[in-house]
Design a protein around this ligand. Structure first.
Ligand code: NDP
Length: 465
C-alpha cells in the first residue's frame, strides 16, 4: 500500500512533537496533526505557565523576606495579574513559535485541524484532507474531568485560571493532587484567600506520608485553609457565585472555584472504534510496554494512555517509540524510578517508592531523615522547614527512594535520580563529600537511621470520605 507518511502523529504536545522529530531524524516521512496551539498542555496551559505563576508567587515571598536581609522597600509592593497574564501570553507565544520552527527544521509536516482515524492507515483532518499513514501515533493528551462531582462543570479549570486577568479575592480549590496543591499555594501567596476541599485526610495521595504531612503544614503556613475529608457533595450555581454543598448539607459560596479533580484522556471523537480499539473506562488507551495499542499499527504515548502522566514520560515514550519503529532495535522506557516534582512553596522533589510502597514490596528499610530550618529563611526568623528522607534497603544498602520538601527540592532530586538509576548505595552517599553551605549536603551527612522498619509494618491508611 502506498502511504503519504511513515508516521502520522495526532497531537502536537510534548510527546507528539518528541516522537515526530525523532522519527524524522531517523529518516521517516512524518506529519503531525494539531487542532489547537502547537506545544500542547505542558507548554501552553500546564507546566510552563503554572511554573511562571509559582515564580510570581515566590517573588512575593522574596519581597517580604528582603527586609530581613537589610533591604528597604519603599511603598507597598502589589501583584497585578493582568501584567503577569500579558507576559505569560508573550512567553507561551514565543515557545509556540520555537516549537513550530523545530518541527519545520526537522522536516515534520504540520497539519492544522481536527484528526479522525477512519481506517488502519487513514487519518482524516477536517473535511478535506486525508493522510495515508504506515503508522498512527495517538498523542492527544488529556483534559480536566467535568463530571467528578455533580455541578463540577460550573467550576473553573486550571486552563481558565491561567487565563485570568484579575485574581479573585477568595477561591475554593477542590481536590488535593498536583494541580490543586500547586495552584492553592501560588494563589494564597498572591493574596487570594484560598480554601482547599479534599476527600482524603492529607493532600497528595500516593506520595510518601511524611511528605504529605509536611505538604499540608506548608500549605497552611502559606495561608491556605485546609478542609480534609470534605470534598463537596455537589456544587450549585447561585447567580455569579458557586455554592459548595457539604455532605451534611451545609453550604459555602465562592466567586471562584477551581476544579482540580483530575484529568481524562482525550480519546472521544478520535474514531478509535473503527479499529476496534476500546478505551478503558477512564478513557485511556491501553498500550503494551512498546506503546502498541490493540490495533497493530496504532500506538499511543503520554497522558492519553494509562501509564504515568508526566510530560518527561511522554517525551521519553515518544523518542523510544520512534526508535522502535524507525531505528535499529525496539526500545522500552523504564517507568520504575521516575522522579517528579510538585511546585508547592516550598516545592517537593521525589524519586522512588514511598515508605509504604517500599515496605509493601517486601523491603526491610532503614529510614534516614533530616528536618530543619534552612539557613536562608531561619536568618529572617521564619519557621519554614526543610524535610529530607532517604529510604535504604537494609539488606542491599541500595538507596530506594529520596523524598524532599524544601527550597530547590526538584533540582536536588533530579540530580539524585541519576545516582539512584546508577544503583547508588547508602555507602556511596556516605563516601560523598558535602558541598557547603547547602541544604543538599544534609543528604550525604545522614549517619544514623531514624528508624528501621520491617516489611510487615506496612499499613496503607484508608481514605477519609
Ligand atoms: P491528580 O490525579 O493528581 O489529583 C486529583 C485530585 O482530585 C485528587 O486529590 C483526588 O482525590 C481528587 N478527586 C478525584 N475525583 C474526585 C471526586 N469525585 N471527588 C472529590 N475529589 C476527587 O490530578 P490533577 O488534576 O492534580 O493532575 C492531573 C495530572 O497532571 C496528574 O496526573 C499529574 O501527573 C499531572 N500534573 C503534573 C504536575 C507536575 O509534575 N508537577 C503538575 C500538574 C499536573 P483522591 O486523592 O482522594 O483520589
Amino acid at each position: 500500500m502506498d502511504h503519504d507518511y511513515d508516521l502520522v502523529t495526532i497531537g502536537a504536545g510534548s510527546g507528539g512533537i518528541a516522537a515526530s522529530r525523532r522519527a524524522a531524524a531517523l529518516g521517516a516521512r512524518v506529519a503531525i496533526v494539531e487542532r489547537g496551539r502547537v506545544g500542547g498542555t505542558c507548554v501552553i496551559r500546564g507546566c510552563v505557565p503554572k511554573k511562571l505563576m509559582v515564580y510570581a508567587a515566590a517573588y512575593g515571598d522574596a519581597l517580604r523576606e528582603a527586609a530581613g536581609y537589610g533591604w528597604r522597600i519603599d511603598g507597598t509592593p502589589g501583584f497585578e495579574m493582568a501584567r503577569w497574564a500579558d507576559a505569560k501570553a508573550s512567553e507561551t507565544a514565543r515557545l509556540e513559535t520555537v516549537y513550530r520552527q523545530m518541527l519545520e527544521g526537522s522536516g515534520v509536516a504540520l497539519v492544522e485541524g481536527t484528526a479522525r482515524i477512519e481506517g488502519a492507515h487513514t487519518v482524516r483532518v477536517g473535511d478535506e484532507r486525508v493522510l495515508k499513514a504506515r503508522h498512527i501515533l495517538v498523542a492527544t493528551g488529556s483534559a480536566p474531568v467535568r463530571d467528578s462531582i455533580p455541578g463540577i462543570e460550573h467550576c473553573a479549570t486550571s486552563d481558565d485560571l491561567l487565563d485570568l486577568r484579575e485574581l479573585p479575592r477568595q477561591a475554593a480549590v477542590i481536590g488535593a493532587g498536583y494541580i490543586a496543591v500547586e495552584f492553592a499555594g501560588a494563589l494564597a501567596r498572591l493574596g487570594v484567600e484560598v480554601c482547599m476541599y479534599y476527600r482524603d485526610r492529607l493532600p497528595l495521595r500516593g506520595f510518601d506520608d511524611d511528605l504529605r504531612v509536611r505538604a499540608a503544614a506548608a500549605l497552611q503556613a502559606g495561608g491556605v485553609e485546609l478542609h480534609p475529608g470534605a470534598a463537596p457533595r455537589k456544587i450549585q450555581q447561585a447567580g455569579e457565585r458557586l455554592l459548595l454543598v457539604a455532605a451534611d448539607g451545609r453550604t459555602r459560596d465562592f466567586g471562584f472555584v477551581l476544579n482540580a479533580t483530575g484529568r481524562r484522556p482525550n480519546t472521544a471523537g478520535l474514531g478509535l472504534e473503527t479499529l476496534g480499539v476500546v478505551p478503558e473506562p477512564s478513557g485511556a488507551i491501553a498500550v503494551d510496554a512498546q506503546l502498541r495499542s490493540s490495533a497493530p499499527n496504532v500506538h499511543a504515548i503520554g497522558d492519553v494512555t494509562h501509564r504515568k502522566n508526566l510530560t518527561p514520560v511522554a517525551i521519553a515514550e515518544g523518542r523510544a517509540l520512534a526508535d522502535s519503529l524507525f531505528g535499529p532495535a525496539p526500545r522500552e522506557v523504564d517507568l520504575s524510578r521516575v522522579a517528579s516534582a510538585v511546585f508547592t512553596l516550598p516545592p517537593i522533589g521525589t524519586v522512588g517508592p514511598s515508605e509504604t510502597e517500599a515496605l509493601a514490596a517486601g523491603h526491610r528499610l532503614k529510614v534516614y531523615e533530616a528536618d530543619f530550618r534552612p539557613m536562608r529563611t531561619a536568618f529572617i526568623g521564619s519557621t519554614e522547614r526543610t524535610y529530607m528522607k532517604l529510604l535504604v534497603c537494609a539488606e542491599t544498602d541500595r538507596v530506594l527512594g529520596v523524598h524532599m520538601l524544601g527550597t530547590d527540592a526538584p533540582e536536588i532530586v533530579q540530580s539524585l535520580a541519576v545516582a539512584l538509576t546508577a544503583g547508588a548505595t547508602k555507602a556511596h552517599f556516605d563516601a560523598t563529600v558535602a558541598v557547603h553551605p547547602t541544604a543538599a549536603e544534609e543528604l550525604v551527612l545522614l549517619r544514623t537511621p531514624a528508624r528501621v522498619v520491617e516489611p510487615k509494618a506496612a499499613v496503607v491508611a484508608p481514605p477519609v470520605g
